[in-house]
Design a protein around this ligand. Structure first.
Ligand code: ADP
Ligand code: MG
Ligand code: ZN
Length: 612
């Protein structure tokens, strides 16, 4: 479309240039004379012929010898000047007089307004064109919609390419079966789902899974992101939805995949703050109309993805629309290993690479992160011109993905380094001393990512779905370990380095009190409306207070008590291990990173290690 427009503009330009040229060539040469000059020329016998029109007199000059060129000269007809005398004069001079067709005047007049008009039109269309393109699309969807694509022939994705989401896959098998044999379902008369909503955090493989359904069923896959529906102009989104479904109907059976459904599907009450209400509403309405409109037996399944299902308009999740929800969770240990296996299929791995270990080191990571790690590891191996990807490449890749790139360029001065070393050693020693803490895998003072100065890596021995009160208390203790170590070593002079630790500790303590019923004073109750989903964005997580002012004070006091008591407990532990604290910190300053084994060597033989 862009191209077509350019050609059009070029053609218009040529046309205009042509007109101007024509005008110059044939009309400008008319030399203008005054009335008396014209007469004088006539008397001198220059005119072979004179044309008279409404506005002017045109004298055609006599051929000069060769007899070809006829030069035309004109004079304006003066209003009010009697022509009869002039005509008589011409008659005596025997110059033929004719009434002119007045073409030149007509042309001049026409061009006078035509040229600016065309110019104006061109500028206007250019402006419109620019606006359309800067907002990412054309008002009227032509056949060239970039983002709707038919993937039936593209590299097929199947269920084998998606790992760690076995339950979700099982729920989608039925959809695949329906797409494969719609007649079977038609005969039985069962209600076929129209819409399936994939719900899960970003990067868990929702898009991939939708593609896999299409791949398994061997049908076309139309994909569009709902955020792209929203345009500057009202009505564009709706037109696109209509167009998308038109195309899909022609290609049935097929899958229509709508990514980021929340972009248009936000519940109406939630939309107060965002702009373009009308646009969103229109687009949403069109989507609802389309979903109600198509015949499910035709074999169209609409799959949508979102990570914030709770903000969706209730109208969207009603029966007959996206009434089926499939949850896609973060993969567990085994799931992560399976995902890693998929993404290392095309990577040459050295025998020392243990996918299980990598999976154990990456709790909480989603499929996209793991894919990223394997890719990064392969790049790192390539950079050092290795034949195979080794475990150290993977380790480095994990660090990069997990903590951001190592900031080797930022230099810490010795004092800062010492403080960070004590701080991190504090975390590590507390982790070693707490029965329920995860074992320490590594301590480091290498600055990474923004905000963090060093880090202690703890490796959970197993995936936990439930945490007991002692486990939470020990977790809290480890968080406070850094600050307590600084407090002890620098005799009360603390730093800003513990900011994040304290924030997390306060939050945890508050949750223990208000959500988990772990305070004897407040009892087994929850305070504040519990958050509805872990996927909610922080801004939406504001709690509704459903307790009195006094209770609020009690909560604050209880949170304070838990933090204070833990702080004292940690202080006791670290005071007892003061000597180890100094020894490990010194070594940490020297080596910057200590592995689990290096750390163990530095521990006093007498001290007990409770988490191993
Ligand atoms: P989402 O749509 O949930 O944000 P994507 O499907 O776009 O996530 O995932 C991005 C990429 O991450 C995929 O292309 C794939 O390479 C990888 N990935 C994510 N989840 C998985 C999984 N469960 N199994 C295999 N690969 C995955
Ligand atoms: Mg996606
Ligand atoms: Zn810390």
């Amino acid at each position: 479309m862009r191209k077509r427009f350019k050609w059009l503009a070029l053609a218009a330009l040529i046309l205009i240039a042509g007109f101007c040229f024509y005008r110059l060539q044939f009309h400008q040469p008319l030399r203008e004379l005054t009335h008396s000059e014209f007469l004088a020329e006539a008397r001198s016998g220059r005119w072979a012929e004179v044309h008279i029109s409404e506005t002017e007199l045109v004298g055609l000059a006599r051929p000069e010898k060769s007899g070809v060129a006829v030069r035309a000269v004109f004079a304006r007809r003066l209003p009010g000047v009697e022509l009869s005398g002039f005509l008589k004069e011409l008659e005596t001079l025997k110059i033929p007089v004719a009434a002119a067709k007045d073409s030149s005047a007509a042309w001049t007049a026409a061009l006078g307004w035509f040229f600016p008009l065309v110019l104006l039109l061109m500028i206007a269309s250019l402006v419109v064109w620019r606006t359309r393109h800067s907002t990412g699309g054309l008002l009227l969807s032509g056949s060239d919609h970039g983002k709707i694509y038919d993937q039936s022939s593209a590299a097929k994705v199947t269920f084998d390419d998606v790992a760690g989401v076995d339950e979700s896959k099982a729920e989608l098998v039925e959809i695949v079966d329906f797409l494969k044999n719609p007649q079977k379902y038609q005969q039985l008369g069962g209600r076929i789902p129209k819409g399936v909503l994939l719900v899960g955090p970003p990067g868990t493989g929702k898009t991939l899974l939708a593609k896999a359904v299409a791949g398994e069923a061997d049908v076309s896959f139309f994909s569009i992101s709902a955020s792209e529906f929203i345009e500057m102009f009202v009505g564009v989104g709706a037109a696109r939805v209509r167009h998308l479904f038109e195309r899909a109907k022609r290609k049935a059976p097929c899958i229509v995949f709508i990514d980021e459904l929340d972009a248009i599907g936000k519940s109406r009450s939630d939309r107060r703050h965002s702009g373009s209400h009308d646009e969103r509403e229109q687009t949403l309405n069109q989507l609802l109309v389309e979903m109600d409109g198509f015949d499910p037996t035709k074999g169209i399944i609409v799959i949508a993805a979102t990570n914030t299902p709770e903000v969706l308009d209730p109208a969207l999740v009603r029966t007959g629309r996206f009434d089926r929800q499939v949850l896609i969770d973060r993969p567990d240990l085994r799931g992560r290993e399976a995902v890693l296996r998929i993404h290392s299929r095309h990577v040459r791995l050295s025998s020392d690479v243990e996918l299980h270990t990598i999976a154990a080191r990456t709790p909480g990571m989603v499929g996209a992160d793991l894919a990223n790690i394997m890719n990064e590891a392969a790049l790192l191996a390539a950079r050092r011109a290795a034949a195979q990807v080794e475990m150290r490449d993977v380790e480095e890749a994990i660090d990069r993905v997990m903590l951001g790139l190592e900031k080797k360029t930022r230099v810490m001065d010795e004092q800062e380094k010492e403080r960070v070393a004590y701080h991190e050693t504090g975390h590590a020693l507390v982790a070693l001393s707490m029965r329920h803490a995860d074992p320490v895998h590594r301590v480091s003072i290498i600055p990474r990512s923004i905000g963090a100065l060093g880090h202690v890596l703890q490796l959970p021995t197993q995936e936990k779905f439930l945490l007991t009160q002692p486990e939470l208390e020990d977790r809290l203790a480890v968080m406070l370990g850094g600050r307590v170590a600084e407090d002890i070593i620098y005799e009360g002079v603390v730093s800003t380095g513990a900011n994040n630790d304290l924030e997390r500790a306060s939050e945890l303590a508050r949750q223990m009190v208000t959500h988990y019923g772990m305070s004897a004073v407040l009892g087994p109750m929850t305070y504040g409306k519990a958050q509805t989903s872990q996927f909610l964005s922080p801004s939406l997580r504001a709690e509704d207070r459903n307790y009195s002012e006094q209770t609020a004070e009690t909560i604050d006091a209880e949170v304070r008590r838990i933090v204070d008591e833990t702080y004292e407990r940690v202080r006791g532990v670290l005071l007892q291990r003061r000597e180890e604290l100094g020894r490990i910190a010194a070594e940490l300053m020297r080596k910057e990173t200590l592995s689990r084994e290096e750390l163990w060597v530095l521990l006093s033989p007498s001290s007990e290690i409770l988490s191993a």
